[in-house]
Design a protein around this ligand. Structure first.
Ligand code: PHE
Length: 340
């Protein structure tokens, strides 16, 4: 009886192993036959009822069935594992000879590049580079520049006021004041930096942008000196002759004051959003330092005179690189920035 059961178990289980198409199926057959609650375990429970001779005889058979099944199981299992390994080796390969990805090198922001260039130029011309604070006093930003509280010119620049009465500087001109008081004439200085205006943002306006202030105070400084330095500046930046025009311009801290316009380099004068379709871009307000401004920084206008200019660094970067929307400069988009 039991021997027939054992033989049947051997036959059926070997057949099951043979027909298994996966490791899981193979395992199912093994557990059914050899597991703790499997057929073999059931059969051996019945051994207790047997007589000793029978038990010895059937014991041999049981062991041989068990060994057969275990060894066949082992063969089949190795077969599946080898097939699985071969499959992975064929599919999961890497080419170790591929070149490495390389280090991603950053680049300086176009405005930073331009600023460094202009700093180098002016340093070579004997100008000091000053950096004033971005949070300024009303006195430095307005009063000492001949813009008293009642002056309508304060409305020209929409100011971010702070609750303590200070403000975010609306231009780099307050550094003129700091420079005059610190250095004393004769002096030559530039002051690059970030400025802030409470403005509606569009393709050519940002609330935060960059200027580069310049100032020279010496004996008998004239408009000729101003034009001379501006010509050097523009030809150095654009590496070619820039077409410019001078218009009278009003700023309370210069007299006479000018607007130096540059022929739009983006559209070549045809009209585009940057030049507001006019063909010209306001690039550089400038003029001779107003006597009141000198006086307010303890400089005698009878003895000293000077020129000052306020370069729009942001606008200049746009012109030089042909950027037609100011918002791209502060957008933080690496696809844009890595071009420079
Ligand atoms: N500070 C002025 C502005 O931002 C520009 C300027 C600077 C004009 C120097 C004349 C001289 O509007």
């Amino acid at each position: 009886m039991l021997d027939a059961k054992l033989e049947e178990l051997r036959r059926a289980t070997l057949a099951g192993f043979a027909s298994a198409v996966s490791l899981e199926q193979l395992e199912e057959s093994r557990v059914a036959a050899l597991g703790r609650k499997g057929t073999l375990a059931q059969i051996s429970k019945e051994f207790g009822k047997l007589r000793p001779e029978e038990r010895a005889q059937l014991g041999k058979l049981l062991n041989s069935v068990k060994q057969d099944l275990e060894s066949d199981y082992g063969d089949k299992k190795r077969g599946f594992e080898q097939a699985e390994l071969a499959h992975r080796l064929a599919n999961e390969w890497i080419d170790v000879t591929l070149p490495a990805r390389g280090v991603r090198v950053g680049s300086l922001h176009p405005i930073t590049q331009l600023q460094s260039e202009i700093e180098d130029l002016f340093t070579s011309l004997g100008f000091a580079i000053l950096y004033g604070p971005e949070v300024e006093t009303e006195e430095h930003n307005f009063d000492a520049l001949n813009i008293p509280a009642t002056h309508p010119a304060r409305d020209m620049q929409d100011t971010f006021w702070l609750s303590d009465g200070n403000l975010l500087r609306t231009h780099t001109s307050p550094v003129q004041v700091r420079g005059m008081r610190e250095l004393k004439p004769p002096l030559r200085m530039i002051a690059p930096g970030r400025v802030f205006r409470n403005e509606e943002v569009d393709a050519s306006h940002e609330h935060t942008f960059y200027q580069l202030e310049g100032m020279m105070v010496d004996r008998e400084v004239s408009i000729a000196n101003l034009i001379y330095f501006m010509k050097i500046l523009l030809s150095s930046i654009f590496k070619r002759d820039a077409i410019v025009r001078l218009r009278p311009g009003y700023f309370p801290f210069v007299e006479p004051g000018f607007e130096l316009d540059i022929h739009c380099l983006i559209c070549d004068g045809a009209g585009c959003p940057v030049c507001k379709q006019s063909g010209w871009v306001e690039l550089l307000p400038c003029g001779l330092v107003h006597p009141n401004v000198l006086r307010m920084s303890d400089i005698d206008p009878e003895e000293w005179s000077g020129f000052a200019f306020g370069l729009g660094l942001t606008r200049l970067a746009m012109m030089r690189y042909g950027i037609d929307d100011i918002r791209q400069l502060q957008g933080g988009d690496l696809r844009f920035l890595t071009q420079f």
